[in-house]
Design a protein around this ligand. Structure first.
Ligand SMILES: Nc1ncnc2c1ncn2[C@@H]1O[C@H](COP(=O)(O)OP(=O)(O)OP(=O)(O)O)[C@@H](O)[C@H]1O
Ligand SMILES: [Mg+2]
Length: 286
């Protein structure tokens, strides 16, 4: 039988936690998402001006739904504000990521030379050993966070860490999550969704593993107009794509639950237009 050990450090009175309890603050994304998270003070809603600081958010969507576009844009925006950003890539090799980020910074009107030193890339896309060996990956991330003093983190994608072992998804996500929480990294974890899973659900590859562990979920959806009914309500044509973004849940603070219509510009920037309900109402009138 296994020997039991008492973990005394895990037992604390609430009073002992007041020093280490994080305040509810926002970390700006530079998009309208910043207005959608709020706290309530004296009965009044107060927008955080960003995603909750120290939160680990899951960005879920099918291929081409805008996950990478969104997190790359946030990484650049945060770097332009002076944050140090850790970018773990399991998809796009670092040199391709460089080109993508450079193009995006230009499109955003941000001087790339000012931010190149602020984004720290950990490339697990080509290095299979790093991607497959979780303890080494965690040690590498921990080293990057500590040695470069990062406070914002992007993982594109977390799904890339359990491609051939979805049964392990939960424990992999949990261990990455624990490290990021311990190090107080405000994090955007991209997770891929299968087309067999409902478009609008937050269920990512690996089942529900991710959604239950993270602090909140943002779902990106691509809705292709396929019939007359949809043509009528959205005032779009069959074959056109309506892109939506929705905060599916957040356990750290309040949030706007409505789906928002989003657009990806020709330069590859994501723009939040308006809540879907207003988009439909407007189209009815006009
Ligand atoms: N640099 C760019 N210029 C113009 N449009 C772009 C650019 N990058 C992406 N897009 C558009 O944004 C869409 C979404 O791309 P994105 O790479 O964010 O998808 P994704 O959700 O990360 O998909 P995947 O799961 O395959 O990684 C693309 O299909 C394309 O239409
Ligand atoms: Mg992507």
């Amino acid at each position: 039988m296994e020997e039991s050990k008492i973990h005394k450090e895990a037992v604390k009175e609430l009073a002992e936690l007041s020093e280490v309890a994080p305040a509810i603050e926002g970390v700006s994304t530079g998009t309208k998402l910043d207005e959608l998270f709020f706290k309530v003070e004296k009965g009044k809603k107060k927008p955080l001006g960003g995603v909750p600081k120290g939160g680990v958010l899951n960005i879920v969507g099918v291929p081409e739904s805008g996950k990478s576009v969104l997190v790359e844009q946030v990484a650049i925006h945060q770097a332009s504000l002076g944050s140090k950003v850790l970018f773990l890539t399991t998809e796009s090799p670092a040199n391709f990521l460089y080109t993508a980020l450079k193009g995006k910074a230009e499109a955003m009107g941000i001087d790339f030379s000012e931010i190149e030193g602020k984004i720290v890339v950990v490339d697990a896309s080509i290095d299979e050993l790093l991607r497959e060996d979780l303890p080494s990956l965690l040690a590498t991330l921990n080293y990057a966070i500590k040695s470069r003093g990062t406070n914002v983190c992007v993982v594109d994608s977390i799904t890339g860490l359990y491609e051939h072992k979805e049964i392990m998804a939960r424990s992999i996500v949990r261990r990455v999550y624990n490290l990021l929480k311990r190090e107080m990294q405000t994090t955007f974890l991209v997770s891929q969704k299968r087309s067999s899973q409902g478009m609008e659900t937050s269920e990512a590859a690996g089942g529900l593993a991710v959604a239950h562990i993270v602090d909140g979920t943002i779902v990106l959806e691509k809705r292709v107009i396929t019939n007359k009914f949809e043509e009528n309500i959205y005032r779009m044509s069959v074959g056109e794509v309506l892109r939506l973004l929705r905060i599916d849940g957040c356990r750290l603070c309040g949030h706007d639950p409505r789906p928002w219509v989003v657009k990806i510009t020709d330069e590859g920037l994501i723009e939040m237009i308006e809540p879907l309900v207003e988009f439909i109402r407007k189209n009815k009138g006009g």
